[in-house]
Design a binder for this molecule. Structure first.
Ligand code: HPA
Length: 275
């Protein structure tokens, strides 16, 4: 999308949201990744808008999900839930979420929670458990900011995952009795899973989780001035760490089994974040 058509798509998307929910200005938005969609069921006073009606949002089908934005109240707080994201592995383009994130920023959102399914690189961080993202490795070495003008594109990534939000999330999980690991998320382009040799490399590089999403959104959010909190749900051990053959079906199956935990975790964390 050219810069002017992106700007106009964002303006139209903002207008569409404001028409659906006059005065809508939730400061918190959450991208629901694989396994996290059940969180949307807990929203009260909800209003849904299909991505198809939001020109800045990824096209349904490309996103691989129905794709809709849900506004409402979660755990006592006004939120916008993004049900479905685009992935760089679909087209090779890492900027698929640019318009959506710019729309959130234009609506007054200040804080973005990014959730995903990931492979664990640490035997003690078992499938079914959760991890707070402390930092990331952009293994794909792609950026969603190619073509961006100005000095603003040189985004500081020194504190990409906000330390205060992490403290608030960790304390809320502990109070709720939910184990929440913390570690570094390595972004790989995919869509193929890793080889065992690649998993050994990622472990040597200091990553605890591997996945195919989130990092482009973190970069876009930091560029747009939003604070970021990242949460991974482990669906499997990395390739070669168990005798499991990896597949998307297996990822989705394990993620479904952890849906209840995802719901409880966000119900604990959402009210605790000072946004
Ligand atoms: N690798 C990459 N992405 C993933 C994995 C994995 O093992 N599990 C879930 N998403």
């Amino acid at each position: 999308m050219s810069p002017t058509s992106l700007e106009s798509a964002v303006a139209h998307s903002v207008a569409r949201v404001q028409a659906a929910v006059p005065g809508a200005a939730p400061r918190l938005a959450i991208v629901l990744g694989s396994g996290w969609d059940a969180v949307a069921d807990g929203v009260t006073d909800s209003v849904d808008i299909d991505y198809a009606e939001l020109p800045a949002f990824p096209l349904p089908g490309v996103a691989g999900h129905a794709g809709s934005l849900r506004l409402g109240c979660l755990a006592g707080r006004a939120v916008m839930l993004l049900r479905g994201r685009s992935h760089a592995y679909e087209t090779g383009d890492a900027a698929g979420m640019k318009g959506a994130i710019r729309t959130l920023a234009a609506l007054g959102c200040t804080t973005l929670v990014l959730t995903n399914a990931a492979g664990s690189l640490v035997p003690d961080m078992a499938p079914g458990s959760m991890m707070l993202i402390s930092d990331h490795l952009n293994i794909a070495q792609r950026s969603p900011l190619h073509g961006e003008p100005g000095a603003q594109r040189f985004v500081d990534m020194g504190a990409a995952y906000d330390a205060t939000l992490r403290d608030q999330a960790a304390a809320a999980a502990e109070d709720a009795g939910i184990e929440l690991h913390e570690g570094v998320y390595a972004w790989v382009l995919g869509p193929q899973f890793e080889t065992p040799a690649e998993i050994r490399m990622l472990r040597l590089l200091g990553a605890q989780a591997v996945g195919m999403s989130t990092v482009p959104e973190t970069i876009l959010a930091r560029h747009a001035g939003l604070k970021v909190l990242g949460l991974s749900m482990f669906t499997n051990l990395g390739a070669g760490m168990s005798d499991q053959t990896l597949s998307h079906a297996h990822t989705l199956h394990t993620a479904q089994a952890s849906a209840g935990l995802a719901v409880r975790l966000l119900a604990a964390i959402v009210p605790a974040l000072v946004v």
